[in-house]
Design a protein around this ligand. Sequence first.
Ligand SMILES: Nc1ncnc2c1ncn2[C@@H]1O[C@H](COP(=O)(O)OP(=O)(O)OP(=O)(O)O)[C@@H](O)[C@H]1O
Length: 225
Amino acid sequence: MRVSFGDVNALDGLSLTADEGSVTALLGPNGAGKTTFIRCCTGLARPDSGSLSILGLSPGSPDVLPMIGLMPQSTGAWSGVRAGELLRYLASLYADPQPVHELIHLLGIAQFEKTPYRRLSGGQQQAVNFAGALVGRPALVFLDEPTAGLDPRARRLSWDIVRQLRDAGVAVLLTTHDMAEAAALADRVHIVDRGKVMVSGTAAELTVDGSLEDAYLRHTSGESR
Ligand SMILES: Nc1ncnc2c1ncn2[C@@H]1O[C@H](COP(=O)(O)OP(=O)(O)OP(=O)(O)O)[C@@H](O)[C@H]1O
């Protein structure tokens, strides 16, 4: 796929697949194009060229939207809505949502359920965002830096939930700057730089000659875009 913003080629021939029942991780420098890719997959942006099939359907089509979940990097939009109310509202948009009380329990949201979203800590907002991505029982879920800024316990909880999703047959596509996270979770890792996949493989395949961070540094340029 190709996507340009003026002179910036945010996606410059990026190509990849993500399988059901597996975790696919995108690693890459700031500005490499990871979020742009997720925005195209979720119908929030349109590629200038290339093709994209989401569960066999066009991204953004009414048939596909109920089957995908998105945890964005940040959502400034929710403002004064209380966490629990927000999740109940999101649940009301789906025909067969996961019960909100289950998600509140799963993600440890109960103690701040009645707090307005904008007053939550960064990590608490992440938990609500994660719950929002899962409430529609997605077959494919996009998690954009799901554990950035989380404390170790919350990060481990997120990892457990990602593994449960995978074991339930969900396709999980996540971005991360945490090499340990990619190594621990991903069935397949794609290292992206300047809008292209530079190398792909299992963590084991990519770490034959050193750590995943070594592979990352070898396959990315660090040039600003
Ligand atoms: N709406 C936009 N308008 C103009 N430029 C954009 C827009 N969205 C993204 N870009 C540019 O496209 C490039 C890719 O950005 P993107 O957010 O996809 O990177 P990323 O890999 O997700 O980075 P990070 O790791 O920092 O989240 C960047 O140079 C960014 O400035």
